[in-house]
Design a protein around this ligand. Structure first.
Ligand code: ADP
Ligand code: MG
Length: 691
């Protein structure tokens, strides 16, 4: 065959009409190249018959032996048992569904060959519902020549069909284009694409199934490298596409900013100052800023955002600031109002829960430009919101949104004034290796210094049985003038039940601590009630705030010095770190009590140990990544963005520096290779941009 499989439709294959093609499209298989890159996700070894005596529980293998006895067993469930032996050992085949003919074929003395997974049985190993065939003179006695590939299938396109299709597609493999530079392949001693694809679809009998399962085989590493490269390239392409847009150059004398900084009761840390400078350097350019600011919980990202906002406002543009929850957005709104209204700046508020009249007012002030800044939730990005002159979009705690939404949001603010600059802030530190792949479209700044005078939070881990002691600690803290958070996470599945449980806890605590002012906030309360409770807490009128995880992000009350987290074993590391970040914001010695219920799983125990031992967000993120994997941590699981076919960001992270180098080489010397490579692995690259 002489056609490039990337441009041959699957319908060129025998047995693929429009119906099958439509089914294949569900697996994202459109071309013969797609079929070639639809790699098996596991393998079975049916190339040899193994001695029964060598089988261990959990092994899957072909065995062959003589039937010693076949009988129907009447137990809890009727089953057909057939005991077979090959002289090295005995196994039992067990069938729950069977017929008379089957029983007859397995009669004593018959030779059978089966494939199945061995499990521990009462007397011998058992194979439950194995595939089997009778062997001997007059039967087909051949074993498979290759390891058997197992593909992911879809309704109506079963395993054997895919095997047939890959057989056919492999006839095109010689025409598959190699997009990696030859000298690179040579230097890395990587197998050719051709060899890798052929081997992975039809591995020779001498290749170990285990090596393939671990994806450590050189052919797999070769493809993993190419896949990571394709992802990285696609993000870089996105970046280039963004940079082709025009943005307003926000050149100012910096008057508003100096006025603002003078009004603060602190001065910026060096790290904050540095990041502010990096942002300003972007804002004066006519290319849209795409900057990610990473700063641990409490590092002071809000003040940095304010400096950016003031540059845009001074230059005569509007600023939109979005936060993931209503509570957090409200808090930003309060902060910015306190800071900016005295400077004569007009700020609007927009959230989903706004009443019709107030909403209309907000919308019209955004549209006629009288609102110089708008703070809100994702309601800000709905279609009916029209900005008069949007110059800057700030997204806080972006890890709550996920990569997909981030990319979607950036398209929204596009207008005649140009493309707005974008500032993205996160408290979830992204390890450099991941940042390279998933945030390669962004520039990044790190606030790597905490404001002075903070004392690190001391964390203790205490079983729920010692709750009384904890209640006493709460009392002590409040008596000495501090305030306390008590976070309930709840075992209940439904939000309504969670809130009820929080209500119960609040009641019990109020009874146990009659001298303290105890208040509750939870997600089902009206926005105004929540706001009132938070404000009262912030003003010091409440001693103990019982809350659900609504306070997780961003809430800022420096006088709070103790946090109790109930059922801490149920939280992930990132969430615990966020929660704990609510204390230790003032100069008082702060504590966090992680209450847990026994029994603790090993993983929960490990998480709590990490929390006790470190307050370093990067360290915690590293553990989190190890425990949960990149898809979960980056919130990309639902979007499919982190779903790789063969690469694994954690396992293959040592390949990443080389991926970055190679990407740079390709852009410089072989730019025409970039798009086909991206298309091969990611399909239509537009998927990232036009969400
Ligand atoms: P985060 O980075 O978690 O969003 P915030 O912006 O909420 O942190 O800041 C946390 C607290 O630290 C706030 O009370 C803020 O006023 C204060 N803060 C910010 N920068 C400084 C600084 N340079 N010196 C002292 N306090 C600061
Ligand atoms: Mg914040």
């Amino acid at each position: 065959m002489s056609a490039d499989p990337a441009s041959v439709s699957v319908t060129a294959l025998r047995g693929v009409g429009s119906k099958v093609a439509a089914k294949l499209a569900r697996l994202n298989l459109h071309t013969v190249q797609d079929i070639l890159f639809h790699l098996p996700f596991r393998y079975e070894d049916r190339t040899r018959v193994v001695p029964i005596g060598s089988m261990r529980p959990g092994d899957s293998a072909v065995i062959q032996g003589e039937v010693l006895l076949t009988e129907i067993k009447f137990g809890r469930r009727r089953s057909l048992l057939s005991r077979i032996s090959d002289g090295t050992g005995t196994v039992t085949l067990r069938f729950f569904h069977f017929n008379a003919a089957q029983k007859e074929s397995l009669k004593r003395g018959a030779m059978v060959r089966c494939y199945g997974e061995a499990r521990k049985g009462a007397a011998t190993l058992e194979l439950i519902h194995p595939e089997y065939q009778i062997v001997g003179p007059g039967f087909n006695n051949e074993v498979e020549e290759h390891l058997t590939p197992v593909y992911s299938t879809t309704d109506g396109v079963h395993q054997l069909k895919l095997r047939d299709l890959t057989d056919q597609a492999l006839r095109y493999v010689a025409e598959l284009r190699e997009w990696l530079p030859a000298d690179l392949l040579e230097k890395l001693e990587l197998p050719t694409l051709h060899d890798a694809i052929c081997l992975l679809h039809r591995p020779a009998a001498d290749i170990s199934v285990h090596a393939l399962t671990d994806s450590r085989h050189p052919t797999q590493q070769r493809l993993a490298f190419e896949e990571l490269l394709a992802h990285h390239l696609s993000m870089r392409q996105l970046r280039e596409r963004m940079q082709a847009h025009h943005a307003p150059a926000l050149q100012t004398a910096g008057q508003l900013q100096s006025q603002f900084l003078q009004s603060l009761e602190f001065s910026l840390t060096n790290a904050q100052q540095r990041v502010v400078n990096e942002i300003h350097a972007d804002l004066v350019c006519e290319v849209p800023m795409q900057r990610l600011v990473q700063g641990d919980v409490g590092s002071g990202k809000t003040a940095v955002a304010a400096c950016a906002a003031l540059a845009a406002i001074e230059a005569g543009y509007q600023v939109a600031m979005m936060a993931p929850t209503e509570l957090l957005a409200e808090q930003h709104y309060q902060n910015f109002r306190n800071w900016l209204v005295p400077m004569g700046i007009n700020i609007a508020w927009l959230s989903g829960s706004l009443k019709a009249k107030a909403r209309k007012e907000s919308l019209s002030s955004i549209e006629d430009g009288s609102a110089q800044m708008v703070v809100g939730t994702h309601a800000l990005f709905q279609d009916e919101v029209c900005f008069a002159k949007l110059g800057l979009v700030i997204i806080d705690e972006q890890h709550r949104f996920g990569v997909h939404q981030r990319l979607a949001l950036r398209e929204k603010g596009n207008s005649e004034a140009g493309h707005p600059h974008q500032l993205i802030m996160t408290a979830t530190p992204i390890p450099r290796t991941l940042a390279m792949t998933f945030y390669a479209d962004l520039d990044s700044s790190v606030i790597d210094e905490m404001p002075p005078g903070r004392t690190p939070v001391t964390t203790v881990v205490i079983p729920d049985s010692r709750r009384d002691e904890v209640v006493q600690r709460v009392e002590q803290a409040c008596k000495s003038g501090r305030q306390v958070y008590w976070v309930c996470t709840l075992i209940e599945e439904s939000e309504a039940l969670q809130c009820e449980a929080a209500e119960d806890t609040a009641k019990l605590l109020a009874e146990a601590l009659p001298d303290l002012k105890v208040t509750l906030v939870h997600g089902r309360m009206k926005a105004a009630e929540k706001e009132a409770a938070m404000l009262a807490f912030k003003q010091g009128n409440i001693d103990l705030l019982v809350a659900t995880t609504v306070i997780e992000v961003g809430v800022d009350v420096p006088n709070a010095s103790l946090m109790v987290i109930e059922n801490a074993e149920r939280f992930g590391l990132a969430q615990l770190h966020q929660l704990r970040g609510r204390v230790g914001r003032g100069s008082h010695e702060s504590n966090c009590v992680l209450l847990y219920r026994t029994p603790l799983s090993l993983r929960a125990r490990a998480r709590l140990a990490v929390m006790r031992e470190t307050t370093d967000g990067f360290e915690i993120a590293r553990h989190d990544l190890e425990q949960r994997g990149p898809g979960e941590v980056l919130g990309t699981r639902q979007t499919g963005l982190a779903e790789m076919r063969i690469a694994d960001l954690l396992r293959d992270q040592d390949l990443l520096p080389l991926v970055e180098q190679t990407a740079a080489q390709l852009f410089q010397h072989w730019p025409e290779h970039v798009s086909p490579l991206v298309r091969r692995w990611i399909g239509d690259a537009q998927r990232y941009a036009d969400v």
